[in-house]
Design a protein around this ligand. Structure first.
Ligand code: NAG
Ligand code: NAG
Ligand code: NAG
Ligand code: NAG
Ligand code: ZN
Length: 457
């Protein structure tokens, strides 16, 4: 009798533990990841949305799981965030962490207060593997593996358009095209790209052509203060990244962060592309010295990264956001929203809803909004620390039709500034469903002229 009871108790406990255990800490292959994402999407159908943003060279889907209170579509005022893992197929820790993050977020919704607030205020896109072909080709090696590259032997983190060096468009790989299209289909605000082989948070720029951006060995962007804050948010909330010097014979990274170019220059990187053309601030997270660690290390890696992954997402609420409207209250697409003192290579523009998002540290900023045929508007805003309240400062701009036919050109036309290698208007947000013909409407010519003016100055 006693034995039977004990047996029952044990079986019950075993069942309890195994459901609580959930996703196991091991490397899931492409088919298993797909099954997992589909199961999550089925079990949490109102909190998640699953779609493929394209296919790899070998035809594997690039699955993205979207999480949030409104997972199926963008809502005005709710910022879009993304995490991208496994771009280098043999750097596998990010891929594992993102699956566990998905589990943690879905299970924590409406029970964990932080998770609930994040998911109620943010739309989160997770691409666990950008290079599934590379993953399948990888050997479990700490440093070297063919799986770094895609099926064509191309390093995807060297294959994006580069702001500082011209290249040929035909070179673009399928995985890179898919990410570029994805970036233009959603108004992403903040992102991180998860790698391995070091332990550090690296931020733009990764490249330079020796212009004004090059400062004491670093390639410094106009939003450097924000990038340093973002990188530190990750490294300080990570158990030991901020201590620097985590890997044998590696550079000593002060506070666990580095400017990308200062570490080593590279062209065609994804983070610079996100920032320059996508208006999406992206950093690169190197999460383990060994690129393909043994499975026994995975629970520990999740534990040290989990608070950092959450804190980083919350930073999507920095700064100021809102809509640009005309005097009739209609959204103005493609209006320039410029922050004084920040000369972005491509100025930030409003999207199809007339929305803008601008990540800024707390302080006072003068924001200038310009649109063809409208009087420019300038406003000084006092920006608080948004992440604490899970919302950036909200500020809408209302424009009045300009009386004179000449629209004044942006005042911030200071010469001696580097220009991107491709036109800024080539990456106007062109969401699925909206006709690209819209972009060729009357609004385009003045903005093109503006871009040309800048190029000539
Ligand atoms: C989905 O729900 C089923 C039934 O409750 C459960 O067995 C399964 O483990 C769940 N899967 C995931 C990934 O949540
Ligand atoms: C989040 O949204 C849900 C669904 O609308 C609501 O029930 C819940 O109270 C909200 N929680 C927080 C913390 O905002
Ligand atoms: C986490 O990041 C935030 C934002 O940068 C910072 O204020 C906070 O101190 C960090 N937490 C820890 C434990 O360092
Ligand atoms: C911003 O401006 C307000 C007045 O509008 C002032 O009280 C405050 O000190 C300023 N903050 C900073 C950081 O300059
Ligand atoms: Zn990498």
């Amino acid at each position: 009798m006693m034995i039977l009871f004990t047996l029952c108790l044990c079986l019950w406990l075993e069942a309890l533990v195994s459901t609580a255990r959930g996703l196991d800490f091991r490397y899931h292959n492409t088919v298993e990841v797909e099954q997992y994402l589909k199961a999550i999407n089925k079990n949490y159908s109102s909190l998640t949305h699953l779609h493929s943003i394209g296919k790899s060279v070998e035809g594997r889907d690039l699955w993205v799981l979207i999480l949030g209170k409104y997972p199926t579509e963008h809502k005005i005022g709710i910022p879009e965030f993304k995490y991208v893992g496994n771009m280098h197929g043999n750097e596998v820790v990010g891929r594992v962490l993102l699956l566990h993050l998905i589990e943690f977020l879905t299970q924590g919704y409406l029970s964990d207060p932080l998770v609930t607030r994040i998911l109620n205020s943010t739309r989160i896109h997770i691409l666990p593997s950008m290079n599934p072909d590379g993953f399948e080709a990888s050997t479990r090696d700490c440093m070297y593996s063919e799986g770094r590259f895609n099926k064509h032997g191309v390093d995807l983190n060297r294959n994006f358009p580069d702001a500082f060096e011209k290249d040929e468009e035909e070179k673009r790989e399928a995985e890179v095209r898919a990410v570029m299209d994805w970036l233009s289909s959603e108004p992403f605000v903040l992102s991180a790209n998860l790698h391995g082989g070091a332990v550090v948070a690296s931020y733009p720029y990764d490249n330079s052509n020796g212009g004004g951006e090059l400062q004491r060995g670093s390639s410094v962007s106009p939003d450097n203060d924000v990038f340093v804050h973002l990188a530190k948010t990750y490294s300080l909330n990570h158990t030991h990244m901020h201590k620097g010097n985590n890997c044998y014979e590696s550079k000593d990274f002060k506070e666990g962060i580095t400017n990308g170019f200062y570490w080593y220059p590279l062209s065609g990187g994804m983070q610079d592309y996100n920032y320059v053309w996508g208006q999406c601030l992206e950093i690169t997270l190197e999460l383990s010295c060994c690129k393909y660690p043994s499975e026994s290390e995975l629970p520990g890696l999740w534990a040290v990264n989990k608070p950092a992954l959450l804190a980083y997402m919350q930073q999507v609420h920095l700064g100021v956001k809102g809509q640009v409207l005309d005097s009739a209250g209609a959204p103005v697409q493609n209006a320039l929203v410029e922050v004084e003192g920040r000369r972005n290579l491509c100025p930030f523009r409003t999207d199809r809803n007339g929305e803008y998002y601008r990540l800024l540290l707390p302080g006072n900023y003068t924001v200038k909004v310009t649109a063809p045929g409208q009087e420019p508007v300038m406003k000084t805003l006092s920006v608080p620390y948004g992440p604490d309240s899970f919302s950036a400062l909200m500020h809408n701009f209302v424009l009045q039709r300009s009386s004179s036919s000449s629209t004044s050109i942006s005042s911030s036309s200071i010469p001696d500034v580097t220009h991107p290698t491709e036109s800024c208007t080539s990456m106007v947000r062109n969401p699925a469903g909206s006709h690209s013909a819209n972009l060729l409407g009357p609004g385009l010519m003045p903005s093109l002229a503006l871009t040309l003016c800048r190029l000539l100055l």
